[in-house]
Design a protein around this ligand. Structure first.
Ligand code: ZN
Length: 473
């Protein structure tokens, strides 16, 4: 099937990733561990932008940036240089943001995603380093707020801004790109994606016949999909009514799910970029071989290896390699039981139960899932009982073996099932006659009777097979 894009939707994303796993900020020694701290307690003259203070580059931050560039298949620049991007805003008391301009640390990369019609390559334009400004807090909705508070704890945190080409053709593709990006960054261990503000998204959206509109202030992936759906619909409706889409910047109001016009877009000239005189140019080319050695196996490579090494299906391999924690968990389980059974139990069942409870894989142990898989594959309990045990462990704790005893989940013996089948046939002659007359539904009724007689401890599929064999005698 060829995916059509009749509305000419083109989406490009600018993702700001906060490297919150660094211990200190980009240009000063302030601790990055501020998320539970009082406002304005992780600050110093440098990150407050006081006159006379001088920045010193965080070496580890440059290493992280190179690592990210390499993982995104980018070229790493020979020599990079910081620039001042001049604008005044209360969250940026210096009056300029220290960022990278014409020598971004990384450029010309790509990410492969699952597109609307198979795999798609999304080109990465560039990835550059910059400092995070402070955080403005509005009271309620931005357009109605009567005041604004400023917290500078975030000011000076290291950001990597990853800019894509407008290669995505639907909000769903944008969502998949973000998921993939997060997965890669998770593997690199450069950020904790669960912390507030770890990934922030600005989107460029255009439709057929329209100019590019920038949507800012998108703070979650779900929000990104919603903002894009809304914005595409707004632009299309506007054009249909004879309107024109012009270059502008809009703000996404997450609470109301709408985008609001902020201002007509600045051009680059408005920012008067010039080289940062307080920081020397950085020659980074020589670091690349060293950093390359630290690069882990990334999601795509791991997925391909899982398929080859464990013989599991693509869908399971994808589900198991999105998060590095889950991938490691799976490999441990697969070393102890049949890898294919392990894939089904971890990817389909355990992950589903964890997601439902908003838990991650840390909430379950390898030992316990191995116990459950062994109980099922050795035919001691039914699959349904296996699921029941996982739920019980997650909800109330305890060990699978004990839960089997407590709940009496051990499967009944074959001869007991056989006896229940015979009784069910003898006691329900009408249903048997109906089934023999071609009413498939009557079979389910008799299976139900067998399950009742065995107090649900027979395997429904096996009971059905036994029943069919008996009825067809
Ligand atoms: Zn500081």
């Amino acid at each position: 099937m060829v995916y059509e894009n009749p509305d000419g939707v083109r989406i490009g994303l600018e993702v700001h990733v906060q490297l919150n796993k660094l211990n200190t900020k980009l240009f000063c020694g302030c601790s990055t561990n501020y998320h539970d701290s009082e406002p304005n307690t992780h600050v110093c003259p440098v990150c407050l932008g006081l006159p006379g203070s001088l920045p010193v580059i965080n070496e580890k931050a440059v290493e992280f940036a190179i690592k990210i560039g390499l993982a995104l298949n980018c070229n790493i620049v020979e020599q990079t240089q910081f620039h001042r991007k001049n604008y005044y805003y209360p969250d940026l008391p210096k009056g300029f943001q220290t960022t990278q301009y014409d020598f971004p640390i990384a450029g010309e990369g790509k990410i492969v995603i699952e597109g609307e019609d198979g795999e798609r390559v999304i080109r990465i334009t560039r990835a550059h380093m910059e400092e995070d400004p402070g955080r403005l807090q509005h009271m309620g909705s931005i357009d109605k707020s009567k005041g604004t508070l400023i917290n500078y704890n975030r000011s000076g945190m290291t950001l990597i801004e990853i800019v894509s080409e407008p290669d995505m053709r639907s909000p769903k593709e944008a969502r998949r790109y973000l998921d993939k990006l997060r997965s890669i960054l998770d593997y690199l261990d450069v950020f904790d994606g669960d912390l507030e503000g770890a990934m922030r998204v600005d989107a460029n959206v255009s439709v057929y016949m329209g100019e590019r509109v920038e949507v800012k202030n998108i703070s979650s992936f779900k929000g990104a999909e919603r903002a894009l759906l809304y914005e595409i619909m707004r632009q299309k409706n506007h054009i249909r009514r004879g309107g024109e889409i012009t270059l502008e910047t809009r703000h996404f109001d997450e609470a109301r799910g709408v985008t609001l016009s902020m201002r007509t877009k600045e051009t680059e000239n408005d920012y008067r970029y010039f080289p940062e005189p307080d920081l020397v140019p950085l020659r980074v080319a020589d670091w690349v071989p060293e950093v390359l050695k630290t690069l882990p196996e990334l999601p795509d490579a791991k997925r391909d290896r899982f398929i080859k090494e464990y013989g599991i299906i693509d869908m399971h391999a994808r589900a198991l390699t999105t998060e590095i924690k889950v991938a490691n968990f799976y490999e441990e389980v697969a070393s102890k039981v049949d890898p294919k059974a392990a894939a089904v139990w971890v990817a389909d069942i355990l992950k589903g139960e964890l997601n439902y409870r908003d838990l991650n894989v840390d909430a379950f142990t390898v030992e316990d899932i191995v116990s459950v898989i062994e109980l099922v594959t050795s035919n001691k309990i039914t699959e349904q009982s296996g699921v029941e045990i996982i739920r019980a462990v997650l909800d109330n704790g305890g060990k699978p073996q004990d839960i089997v005893k407590e709940k009496g989940l051990l499967k009944v013996e074959d001869d007991i099932v056989a006896k229940a089948v015979e009784e069910a046939i003898a006691e329900n002659p009408e249903a048997v006659a109906d089934y023999r007359a071609g009413k498939e539904k009557s079979l389910n009724f008799i299976v139900g009777k067998v399950m009742q007689k065995t107090k649900g401890r027979a395997d429904a599929r096996e009971a059905r097979e036994k029943l069919l064999a008996k009825l067809d005698e």
